[in-house]
Design a protein around this ligand. Structure first.
Ligand code: SF4
Length: 354
């Protein structure tokens, strides 16, 4: 199936009764109005449909809030507003994000008639002490129950998890990711934690009791999470915040591993690991280091499908530079080859020393 056109409709956080340590919803809600008007929704849909092109599927996503935390009349109002578009098959599916503890039989019965296809849960972590430290107000058990219930209602499940939460550790994060993956969600989003002005986390950051992850560390951890999801056949549909998902005012982000192409950095790091693995096999590592083993070889040509070239190259050729440092005595270059499979890295040639 081709990638659907996703029409985003922003639902402010106003309905949320919680105060997570990393959220600054009080600021957001003081600046934004509550729900979009019917006219605004029609306008957004019309604007996005103009860019549909030849895509066969269109989905509407309510972003930004705890959808099932809204009062029932608002949930019904929003879904009723979209219903004609679903009935005339202009829109083929609705998705939204919500907290795990808002998933109940009553809410799922409420939304059942409206063509909701996917529900994304703000899981964040499966480590209860980490959830508690972040004032999430729900437990890992809520997530287990929620995913079980969504599957019972035959809804697709998305999970959103965070890296860099207060008091989290690498081991806890890996274990948490494995637990989430084992619950069998369909898709996952991985977000590095940012320190937002006005949040409790910002106070901890200013006092020095919370230090955000560095960019490199975040990329490494998200890469490991990606691998876990990948092995469990969970599609990772986003890593890092999009620029449009940041606050309207960039000054709201005080600190954190922000990068406009965070996902690309992770995919490049994965490509780097792939090359290292291939090199190990290519040169038949036994004892000793690589330079000893590649006696007679000075240049390695890496083959890749044209669409994966930039990923293999890395940001500003960082992967090639890193390979040169990791394997002194060798230089590397890339040759594209459209006969290779997407994502495949091939060591095409190892040229001998002069
Ligand atoms: S549940 Fe979501 S909207 Fe509510 S406080 Fe936490 S992060 Fe903010």
């Amino acid at each position: 199936m081709d990638t659907p056109l996703v029409i985003p409709v922003f639902i402010p956080h106003s309905g949320c009764p919680h105060q997570c340590a990393f959220c600054n919803q009080s600021i957001i809600t003081s600046q934004k109005k509550y729900l979009p008007s019917p006219k605004e929704i029609d306008t957004i849909i019309g604007q996005y449909l103009a860019y549909k092109g030849n895509r066969s599927r269109v989905e509407l996503a309510f972003f930004g809030g705890t959808f099932l935390g809204l009062p029932d009349q608002d949930i019904v109002w929003l879904l009723e507003k979209i219903r004609p578009y679903v009935e005339n098959q202009t829109i083929h599916g609705i998705r939204f994000s919500t907290r795990p503890d808002t998933i109940t039989d009553q809410k799922l019965e409420l939304i059942a008639p409206y063509g909701v296809s996917l529900v994304e849960l703000g899981v964040q972590s499966m480590t209860d002490s980490v959830l508690e430290q972040s004032n999430r107000g729900h437990s890992s058990l809520d997530t287990r129950r929620a995913i079980g219930l969504l599957k019972a209602y035959e809804l697709q499940v998305g999970v959103q998890v965070m890296v860099g939460l207060p008091n989290d550790s690498k081991d806890q994060l890996i274990d948490s990711t494995k637990q989430v993956a084992a619950l069998g969600p369909d898709v996952a989003r991985i977000y590095p934690l940012m320190v937002l002005r006005g949040s409790l986390l910002a106070q901890w950051y200013k006092k020095g009791s919370y230090t955000p992850l560095g960019l490199e560390q975040s990329v490494f951890l998200v890469k490991e999470m990606y691998k876990i999801f990948n092995r469990a056949n969970v599609a990772v549909i986003r890593m890092g915040l999009q620029a449009s998902e940041m606050m309207d005012d960039g000054t709201q982000v005080l600190a954190g591993p922000w990068h406009p192409a965070f996902g690309h950095l992770v995919l490049s790091a994965l490509a780097y690991d792939q090359v290292c693995e291939k090199l190990g096999k290519f040169f038949m590592l036994s004892q000793g280091n690589l330079v000893d083993r590649v006696n007679g070889v000075k240049h390695v040509l890496l083959g890749v499908h044209p669409r994966f070239e930039s990923r293999l190259r890395g940001d500003k050729n960082s992967n090639l530079k890193k390979l040169g440092k990791e394997y002194p005595g060798l230089s590397f270059s890339i040759q594209t080859n459209d006969r290779l499979m997407l994502g495949e890295v091939d060591i095409q040639k190892a040229l001998p020393r002069d």
